[in-house]
Design a protein around this ligand. Structure first.
Ligand SMILES: [Zn+2]
Length: 248
């Protein structure tokens, strides 16, 4: 990383023709802003490149910090990228971090089904004599969705609590916050972005500033937020379509 910074700042390539050529190729997608290195990516325009020490801080803060929700490795890595940070081994490091997290291991979901060989099920007879009846449910469209969300929040709170179980109510706002700022595979977005049209500012961005913090301009930000609100409806429609496909 330092070599690229020196090259971008002073224009000094490393010695050796091949090394210089490799560095030139590598640095085409990098930018130096206020002496901080950024990488151009596809999901976010510029991701801040951070070193090993900062990477550990970012992982810890997002995984188990104030608004951390102890998500699994891949989701954690995506969350890091979405918050605007990058380093080459982000996916491996995130997986390793989760494997070493005591609470994740202690409170992880364990399969309760008995181990047995998979067998093929056949249904040679139609289901005769069975009467179909419907249960009375308040909102059929949301059938089981509330329970599914509650389960995730319960798991998050469980991982955040120590011996003081009665503190669960204090942990609830943080668990809810981390839930709405995590990308859901069923909708492809964070619930927060579906509501407000943009991603929330995470506590980790206060510790290590991301690109949007570095170039923050209040007026431009307000304009952009209003613009993003214009496309929220399209974003929700897209998520709804994705959810329908996901449920099939
Ligand atoms: Zn954890």
């Amino acid at each position: 990383m330092d070599v690229i910074i020196v090259y971008l700042r002073d224009g000094i390539p490393p010695e050796g023709r091949i090394e210089a050529k490799t560095l030139r190729a590598k640095s085409t997608r990098s930018r130096l802003i206020n002496d901080k290195l950024y990488k151009r990516k596809f999901s976010v325009p510029l991701l801040r490149c951070i070193d090993h020490e900062d990477a550990y801080y970012v992982l810890r803060e997002i995984h188990e910090g104030i608004c951390g929700d102890h998500v699994e490795g891949k989701s954690l890595a995506y969350k890091v990228l979405r918050q605007g940070y990058y380093w080459p081994t982000v996916f491996d490091d995130a997986a390793y971090y989760v494997r070493r997290c005591d609470r994740c291991q202690r409170f992880a979901d364990t399969p309760r089904a008995l181990f047995q060989e998979l067998t093929t099920l056949t249904s040679p007879w139609s289901f005769l004599g069975i009467k179909k009846s419907f249960a009375t449910i308040y909102r059929p469209q949301a059938n089981c969705q509330v329970e599914a969300v509650n389960k995730v929040i319960k798991q998050t709170i469980k991982k955040k609590l120590d011996a003081l179980k009665e503190r669960w109510a204090n942990e609830l706002p943080e668990a809810l916050w981390s839930y709405i700022t995590t990308v859901k595979s069923s909708i492809g977005e964070t619930p927060f972005s579906l509501l407000y049209g943009c991603e929330a500012m995470a506590p980790v961005e206060v510790g290590i500033s991301s690109f949007r913090m570095e170039v923050f301009d209040d007026e431009a930000n307000q304009d952009l937020c209003r613009l993003r609100l214009d496309i929220v409806k399209e974003l929700r429609a897209k998520s709804q379509l994705r959810l329908a496909l996901y449920q099939q």
